[in-house]
Design a binder for this molecule. Structure first.
Ligand SMILES: CC(C)(COP(=O)(O)OP(=O)(O)OC[C@H]1O[C@@H](n2cnc3c(N)ncnc32)[C@H](O)[C@@H]1OP(=O)(O)O)[C@@H](O)C(=O)NCCC(=O)NCCS
Length: 180
């Protein structure tokens, strides 16, 4: 099971079925803020849904298609960071993230993202990483900006949030531009 020590307070660890109820509690406690930009939150209404998500991501990790890592702050599960859209031909993938409300604004997402990117460039031999976020999601957008990503464009009407089409910003970074 993959585990990355981010710093003395934060660890990234691959989610396992035993984390399902803990994961569900984090989602349920932050439902109001998370649902604003994450449409799946409204469909995650019991522990079984979190268990199925973990099992799906385990299967995808086995196939090297994606992986879901729990973000642990002082040994408490506080969010999820995932790698998806893993394209082996192009050596490219996307990173996504959410942090439960009580743990936001501590720099956890930025620190985890930095650690996962270094791991992906070094150990997964990726050449490019993208982060996509809804145009209005400024806090999410600050993370790739802080990490030196380049804005590559806006995909118009490329997601649906609560019945409305929304535009997505794409930001990317190449291995040659990453400061390990
Ligand atoms: C977007 C989101 C993941 C950011 O999580 P986070 O852990 O709070 O984000 P960061 O790591 O960027 O935290 C940075 C904030 O912590 C503060 N901070 C405190 N200590 C810090 C440190 N050591 N290093 C960096 N920032 C630190 C920064 O000043 C910054 O504050 P600001 O937001 O007022 O500018 C979170 O708000 C979230 O889950 N939102 C809802 C879901 C969502 O939108 N997901 C993204 C979909 S694309």
């Amino acid at each position: 099971m993959l585990e990355l020590r981010v710093n003395d307070q934060i660890t990234l660890r691959q989610l396992a079925p035993g984390d399902a109820s803990n994961l569900y509690r984090q989602i349920d406690a932050s439902r109001k803020t998370l649902r604003k930009f994450l449409p799946w939150v409204d469909y995650n209404t019991n522990e079984e849904h979190s268990l199925r998500f973990i099992q799906l991501m385990q299967r995808k990790a086995d196939e090297q298609e994606a992986m879901a890592l729990g973000m642990w702050y002082q040994e408490q599960l506080c969010g999820v960071m995932d790698l998806h859209g893993w394209d082996h031909l192009l050596q490219k993938a996307e990173i996504g993230y959410w942090v439960s409300e009580a743990f936001q604004r501590k720099g956890i997402a930025t620190a985890c993202c930095k650690a996962l990117i270094s791991f992906a460039f070094k150990n997964l031999r990726l050449n490019k990483i993208e982060i996509r976020f809804v145009l209005q999601n400024e806090r999410s957008g600050q993370i790739p900006i802080r990490l030196g990503f380049t804005k590559e464009g806006i995909l118009r009407h490329s997601a649906k949030l609560h019945g409305q089409y929304v535009d997505m910003v794409v930001m990317g970074i190449l291995r040659e531009d990453w400061k390990f």
